[in-house]
Write a protein that binds this ligand. Structure first.
Ligand code: MN
Length: 417
């Protein structure tokens, strides 16, 4: 049985770029769009053309150059927005207008100051108008997860009737939980009589750190398009991270039997390019693309890793194209890792030398956050040019039995859990 195909809709250039500190010039957006094409995303949301002339220009540039992916852009349910959006995607081989309006009473009353009936009418008008320009029209019910369920279903049924082909149900403020999201998508699809005519899409925000979990739950509930961004950038706490979604499918295909067109080996390069263009670094413990995502410093982990990588590794840095060396030397490291790193540097150490090098490295490890190859080479040369009286290293966990003593030093003192 073949796996279900899930479409990856990348909104790095729209929702991601809207985040403070992430704005990009049109030429930079084009550069990133080329990388997204190489990465293999299905749809690139290239911008929000009415927001600025530069945004419109960027969308048009991308629509002109990239022929494989669908090029989408955002528009409110206003004529001016839709016209600008249509102009921007006109050169595209496959262009999509993505129009949206809020459907929750809170947004309708407090923000838009319109009635439910006015909202319904605006949504239908916008989709109908967008369809004059392109066959590919996506409709988003902003704040869908906090909308009145019956009203939301009425709006969706109506926009499908006038030609929307993708229905996005955003968790705009990152409020949902995974169990709720699964149930929500199932219920919407069951309730709407024409739901089989469209692809349902999920767009989750990370305010509670649940964007990826909610996106995966939505897919289990029947969504077949996931809206996400590189490095999880986006409004406030960000959007669902593309690299986490893709690797969850890849690593846990047993529980998540879905197929995507993204090439995981291009993930690291995409993340790097975004960081370079925006000047915004990724947190070091960020899943999949953070500097420490594949690193092992703790001695017990390093020892296990050296014996069999699978002990502490569910995916390899090379799977996502990352150049990281998984073994980081620091004060929690053990002799096994020191020995291996020395071998990698072409240095073969006698057992006695290893002990001395290890001891010397640990004595400077407190001052350094991470021990570099230069530190190791310097220490080895010092040890080799100094006449040393070989003694047992000072062991804060000194134990009476020789075997335990040996085992501790082999793996170092890092946490095992
Ligand atoms: Mn959003």
């Amino acid at each position: 049985m073949g796996k279900d195909r899930v479409w990856i809709f990348d909104t790095t250039l729209r929702d991601g770029e809207q985040a403070p500190g992430f704005s990009l010039r049109p030429a930079e957006k084009l550069q990133l769009a080329r990388q997204l094409d190489t990465l293999g995303v299905d749809i690139i949301e290239a911008g929000f053309p009415i927001a600025s002339p530069a945004d419109a220009e960027a969308v048009r540039l991308i629509a002109t150059e990239l022929r494989r992916p669908v090029i989408a852009c955002l528009a409110r349910c206003h004529r001016a927005d839709l016209e600008k959006a249509a102009w921007s995607i006109k050169p595209a081989a496959q262009g999509r207008i993505h129009t949206f309006i809020a459907t929750s009473d809170l947004h309708l009353q407090a923000k838009l100051r319109i009635t439910r009936e006015q909202c319904l009418e605006a949504a239908v008008d916008a989709v109908r108008y967008a369809r004059h320009h392109t066959f590919d029209v996506e409709f988003s019910a902003e704040d869908a997860t906090r909308s009145d369920f019956d009203f939301l279903c009425r709006v969706i049924e109506a926009v499908i009737k006038v030609g929307a082909s993708t229905i996005n149900l955003p968790d705009t403020v990152g409020y949902s939980t995974p169990d709720e999201t699964l149930d929500f998508f199932q219920r919407v699809r069951e309730r709407i009589p024409n739901s089989d005519k469209v692809i349902f899409s999920t767009h989750c925000h990370d305010d509670l750190g649940l964007a990826v979990a909610n996106s995966l739950a939505a897919v289990n509930g029947g969504a077949r398009q996931v809206e996400c961004t590189i490095n999880g950038i986006g409004e406030r706490a960000g959007n669902a991270a593309l690299e986490e979604i893709v690797m969850a499918f890849r690593v846990r295909g047993d529980r998540l039997p879905y197929e995507v067109g993204v090439d995981p080996a291009q993930i690291y390069q995409s993340s790097e390019l975004l960081t370079k263009l925006t000047g915004q670094a990724v947190q070091s413990n960020k899943a999949v693309v953070g500097r420490n995502a594949f690193s092992h410093e703790a001695g017990i982990h390093q020892d296990g890793f050296l014996k069999d990588r699978r002990t502490y590794e569910i995916m390899r840095p090379e799977d996502v194209g990352a150049p990281w060396n998984p073994l980081v030397l620091g004060k929690h490291s053990g002799r096994a890792a020191v020995k291996r790193r020395c071998q990698d540097l072409g240095i073969e150490l006698e057992a006695v030398e290893l002990l001395e090098v290890y001891r010397a490295l640990m004595s400077i490890a407190d001052d350094r956050k991470v021990l570099t190859d230069n530190d190791i080479v310097a220490v080895v040369s010092t040890v080799r040019t100094t006449t040393v009286v070989v003694a047992e290293p000072v062991d804060p966990f000194d134990t009476p039995t020789a075997t335990t003593h040996h085992a501790l030093h082999e793996s170092g003192y890092g946490h095992g859990v």
